[in-house]
Design a protein around this ligand. Structure first.
Ligand code: AHR
Length: 656
């Protein structure tokens, strides 16, 4: 146990001896009220804050194909002064998706010349690990040899390899060279030195570590995926977020451009490149190395249902608000239909065949699809109706997720809420980025929702603490405990709310645009925030059926700053109680359990608390706010638990 947590507990315990507030809770395990959806707690993925490129996508080279608006962004010429015309950016007409390449004209062969790539805010390199360098090259005049070096911040070489191109003249060839790193470095760079005399063309210059998730070449950062897998998420929503919409339609997310061979995927600017003037990211692009195939594969790997969100014919309404005319919407609708074929179609279908060629002949078993992200107004409804008809006609079993805009209330929300319910959409996607106080005072939000209408997908939410700025510090305990309290209201209403995901998911400490975020990373490490710990406790203790938990005959939803929900897990034969004490004083909780059979005499008590409401986790101290678990004794059908100040508890009781 961390020392500061221990001190807090001792202080809390001492206080508790003096002025113990007692509360009785009755758990009605014999009266289940609703089923919990197996997909209930999921994750929201968007390429924001270097979430994909520079984040979970393990590529270490920035601008590997020279397709950024500035073709040499991320690259620097190194060595002696290069004669004019040594490095040329050229285009090849036949490759429309990735036309640019770099020509190295080593005319005299005399100078020491090279190129350096700076990575995404540097490259995270681990001692002893193998690194795979690859490049597409074409020898115009054979004779140029390549020397590859990883260097630390002082310029010291920490890994190297070399190769002599042997491909046929004037023909593109891919070649790889692997080498091991001799040192761990957070912000390494890669040098490529050219030796000899000749002319060579280069494209798709790439460097991957060997330790990707499942050791897949060209894959994902294993530590980041592991944090997701540990949550056992019920679904993964992708690829966003605003990125679905694009600032304008031309830069909307188009899934078809993200599948097939990597070298043919056309990159586009990332909308978070320019979105916030105070957080500029001029080097932020989407290379789509993490594309729709990889998203589906990731979902399968971590046991989550895939939930793609597609553009509905509208660009971001905060930006250009560009619209596709209704009579030109076909292409967009077709993209949705084709995506279902890509995910689920037989290998004899056009898109099913592509999936199979990428290594997954079995279907991905897609069950739901989002149409639009944070779109609103009659223009959205008009487009959604067309999508809905086409999707329902062709794929009646695919559930449709529809947007309720950017806010959980107000005129826009009310208009959409009424229209979407009238349309009987399967899921309404609600978003709330609000203060911790909002979360605490809205725990009853779903108690009065229509039980028979559209289901709710709480698709993006996060507590945004006031007066706290600067990225990682926004993920403090005040926000996380308020979310924990709010989620009791979602769990209690699991017959209405069938899915929920915190947003955004990832942020790089040196490259973020939006905070707070669930998981923070640098080039070598990743950690879960207090908010992550809350999400994980819910997701790994979701149970199968909701049961009432009452105090003085009433729901525990804010009175005396206490919040609670409870479930049964029929598979594990467990009662699971979640309870938040949002008081500065401890509360002695006395739980009476109504259950048909007997209870085991022991159980477990897991709790999250912190030294103060501003407490956070960091790269150096990733476990400051992390769960502690202890065994508990149960006497008959009674149980006492001390709820320390500002704490979140998960109590598990075995049924016999
Ligand atoms: O999660 C960050 C952004 O918040 C998402 O891209 C968008 O949907 C919302 O406005």
């Amino acid at each position: 146990m961390k020392r500061n947590v221990l001190v807090a507990l001792i202080v809390a315990f001492t206080l508790s001896l003096n002025a113990q507030v007692k509360k009785t809770f009755s758990i009605q395990a014999d009266k289940p009220t609703a089923k919990v959806s197996p997909n209930m707690w999921g994750v929201f993925f968007e390429d924001i804050n270097l979430g994909a490129d520079g984040g979970i996508y393990a590529e270490l080279i920035k601008n590997r194909s020279f397709e950024f608006a500035q073709p040499l962004m991320g690259w620097k010429k190194i060595g002696e002064t290069a004669p004019e015309g040594t490095f040329l950016v050229l285009n090849q007409k036949e490759k429309t998706n990735n036309p640019r390449f770099l020509r190295i004209n080593r005319l005299t062969g005399a100078e020491k010349l090279g190129l350096q790539n700076e990575g995404f805010r540097g490259m995270g390199i681990k001692q002893g690990l193998r690194y795979d360098f690859s490049v597409f090259y074409r020898q115009i005049k054979p004779g140029v040899k390549l020397h590859i070096e990883l260097v630390d911040t002082t310029g010291t070489i920490i890994g190297k390899g070399e190769f002599s191109p042997d491909g046929e003249q004037n023909t593109w060839k891919k070649q790889q060279v692997s080498f091991h790193a001799t040192q761990t470095e957070l912000k390494a760079k890669l040098n490529i030195w050219f030796e000899g005399k000749g002319i060579i063309d280069l494209d798709m210059i790439s460097l991957f570590p060997e330790d990707t998730w499942k050791k897949r070449p060209g894959g994902l950062r294993a530590d980041m995926v592991q944090l997701l897998a540990d949550m056992k998420p019920g679904f993964i929503r992708f690829p966003g977020g605003c990125i679905v919409e694009g600032r304008e339609l031309a830069t909307r997310f188009q899934w078809k451009k993200t599948v097939g061979p990597i070298e043919d995927r056309q990159l586009i600017i990332n909308r978070w490149n320019t979105e916030f003037k105070h957080r500029p990211a001029p080097d932020y692009y989407q290379t789509f190395g993490l594309g729709f195939f990889e998203y589906f594969q990731l979902a399968e790997d971590i046991g989550a249902e895939p939930l793609p969100i597609l553009n509905c014919g509208m660009a971001c309404q905060f930006n250009t608000a560009e619209l596709v005319p209704i009579d030109e919407l076909d292409e967009y609708v077709q993209d949705a239909l084709d995506l279902i074929e890509f995910a689920n179609g037989d290998v004899t279908t056009k898109w099913g065949k592509l999936r199979a060629s990428m290594g997954h002949p079995n279907p991905f078993n897609l069950k739901m699809l989002g149409v639009g992200n944070e779109n609103w107004g009659p223009q959205y409804i008009e487009r959604l109706e067309i999508f809905k008809k086409a999707l329902n006609d062709r794929y009646p079993n695919i559930k449709i997720v529809a947007s309720s805009g950017t806010d959980p209330d107000g005129e826009r929300f009310d208009f959409l809420n009424q229209r979407l319910r009238a349309m009987k959409v399967d899921f309404i996607d609600e978003h709330y980025y609000r203060s911790p106080e909002w979360f605490l005072s809205n725990t009853s939000r779903y108690d009065s929702y229509d039980r028979n209408g559209s289901k709710i997908f709480a698709g993006e939410y996060a507590g945004h603490p006031k007066q706290v700025e600067d990225g990682p510090s926004e993920n403090n305990w005040s926000a996380a405990i308020a979310e924990a309290a709010f989620l009791t209201g979602l769990e209690r209403n699991a017959d209405v709310v069938e899915m929920a995901s915190y947003a955004p998911l990832f942020a790089h400490v040196d490259g973020w645009q939006w905070a707070p975020d669930l998981i923070w990373v640098n080039n070598l490490h990743a950690y879960g925030t207090p908010n992550y710990q809350v999400q994980k406790l819910y997701a790994t203790n979701k149970g199968t059926d909701v049961i009432p938990i009452l105090s003085d005959g009433q729901l525990v939803s804010g009175r005396d700053s206490l919040y609670a929900s409870a479930v049964i897990d029929h598979n594990q034969k467990e009662i699971i109680v979640k309870i938040v004490n949002h008081n500065a004083q401890p509360v002695e909780g006395m739980f009476n359990i109504q259950v048909k059979g007997k209870l085991a005499s022991n159980g477990s008590h897991t709790f999250l608390t912190a030294t103060n409401l501003n407490a956070i986790n960091t790269i150096d101290q990733p476990d400051q706010v992390s769960p502690q678990t202890r065994p508990i004794a149960i006497e008959g059908k009674k149980l006492n638990i001390s709820l320390v100040p500002y704490s979140f508890h998960v109590v598990k009781i075995k049924m016999q």
